[in-house]
Write a new protein. Sequence first.
Length: 158
Amino acid sequence: MAKEKEIKTNAMRILDKKKIPYEVLQYECEEFIDGVQTARKTGVPPEQSFKTLVLQGKSRQYYVFVLPVAQEIQLKTAAKVAGEKSIEMIHVKDITAVTGYVRGGCSPLGMKKQYPMFLHKSASGFERIYISGGRIGTTLCLSVQDLLAVTGGRVEEF
């Protein structure tokens, strides 16, 4: 019997091209669920699971913030980190147009454009973290250093 071919996301293709090792976790899910529920479904520690949020500054520049799934973003702190006067979450209806991904499947890797990326400082406490794989039902596990290297991101407190 033929082995089923794995469908690659943009995030996976980028990691493959750069020869960065990663692990794929698949889970059954028909629609958006939050990151805490995703962590439960995959059996991953929630504190090691990170969500991707896209924000827009007063300058109209987009920014990617990657933070623990159970945490809320502090907009004033995020604006300071991004060097903006103010910053706000983009509207759900704009996620696909800005990133190329859908809500619940937004990965910091492989967006339509590479936006400045900030990784929450708590990620530094782990060798590897779990992020969205670029579609609902797919989680990737990779090293913090590899994620920072491939995105050009930096660790910050926000």
